[in-house]
Design a protein around this ligand. Structure first.
Ligand code: FAD
Length: 325
């Protein structure tokens, strides 16, 4: 019996959200008196996977099938389900990411497991039952749900737990094959087209985001947002009205009806902070708000607030970032 952690990798690196998930899984394993094994998905290197020992993972399973480099729903589901059967996993922990959301529900059906998404804390274990806390109503409330049954799947919300780092600890990396057939790749995308992004940073994965709202006055002023984003190595985003009037493309719109971001730093420039906007950004670690109206609602959700004109503040902020290197 073990805890199985699904670790997402891209370009050879373990994603930050998966480091958090690995630590979470290792803590659940310790609570149950067992060990945590990881199954890696995406493009990984053995050396990087071994470092998951620092998050408390004992063993990492990796299937080097080249077609698993990019996300394929059926193949990933079968891979993880096969690993769960092999490891007799009672608990499966994954990130509440696009991949986690897609495979979590399929795994739940396939493994007859109970599933909780958007989980923000470690479970309270009561015999065979787990009580887990989920974010609800766009992060405005929490609900405690009981997971029962032999198998449980927990999807952990990004930035809700810390990834621990015990330097020098290494996990054993073992090759693994789920005996995937061509039919398992029937839903593989034929082509992956990357959207144009400032500095090449993809918004859903970005650790730093600079975002603009109607206070930017027009698309001709977006170079101020892009300059700061480039200086920081950040992605750019915007509020819904900005993309509705085509100042920016729709794939940059964050919020309840757009993309959800969970960066370490979200800088909001000339955005009022409507509840529908906050729904997409409120799991950011640090929020900085620049707004000329001291009563703007966004300041209530901000860690740091600058009351000022974006046209005055942004060039100074960019110059300061460039000076710091
Ligand atoms: P505004 O509300 O117009 O705010 C502009 C801000 O800029 C103001 O606070 C102002 O003080 C400040 N400002 C002006 N000039 C300057 C300056 N020179 N310097 C500094 N600050 C300045 N919105 C989203 O963003 N995402 C969503 O997903 C989303 N989904 C929605 C879903 C529904 C069903 C509905 C009804 C609405 C949704 N909205 C969404 C819209 C949302 O309610 C707000 O209308 C929107 O977020 C406001 O955008 P904004 O802050 O850019 O503009």
């Amino acid at each position: 019996m073990s805890v199985l952690v699904v670790v997402e990798c891209a370009d050879g690196e373990v994603k930050k959200s998966s480091l958090e998930v690995a630590s979470y899984g290792a803590e659940v394993a310790a609570m149950l008196g067992t060990t945590a094994t990881a199954i890696a998905v995406g493009e990984a290197t053995e050396a990087n996977l071994a470092t998951l020992g620092e998050q408390g993972i004992t063993k990492v399973l990796y299937d080097a099938e080249p077609r698993l480099k990019d996300f394929v729903n059926n193949a990933y589901t079968k891979l993880i389900a096969t690993a769960a059967e092999q490891e007799q996993a009672k608990v499966i922990v994954l990130a509440n990411s696009n991949i986690g959301a897609a495979v979590g529900s399929r795994l739940s059906v396939r493994l007859k497991a109970s599933l909780a998404t958007n989980v923000v804390e470690l479970p309270k274990v009561n015999g065979d039952q787990f009580v887990v806390r989920r974010g609800a109503f766009s992060g405005k409330a929490f609900s405690d749900v009981v997971l029962s049954g032999d198998r449980k799947i927990i999807a952990v919300k990004k930035n809700s737990t810390e990834a621990k780092h015990e330097a020098g600890k290494s996990a054993e990396v073992t090759s693994f094959s789920a005996q995937l057939a061509d039919a398992d790749f029937a839903d593989a995308p034929t082509q992956v087209v990357m959207q144009e992004q400032t500095g090449g940073v993809l918004l859903p994965e970005a650790e730093l985001v600079v975002s603009g709202g109607r206070g930017m006055k027009g698309p001709e002023n977006w170079s101020l947002i892009e300059d700061l984003a480039k200086a920081l190595g950040a992605a750019t985003a915007c509020s819904k009205p900005v993309s509705d009037v085509d100042w920016r493309p729709h794939h940059e719109h964050v919020g309840q009806t757009g993309i959800t971001v969970s960066p370490n730093l979200y800088i909001a420039c000339g955005i009022s902070g409507a509840i529908q906007h906050l729904a997409g950004v409120n799991s950011s670690k640090v929020i900085v708000v620049i707004n000329k109206d001291p009563e703007a609602p966004f300041f209530k959700a901000a860690d740091y607030g600058i009351v000022g004109d974006v046209f005055d503040v942004l060039p100074k902020l960019t110059a300061a970032v460039k000076e710091l290197g």
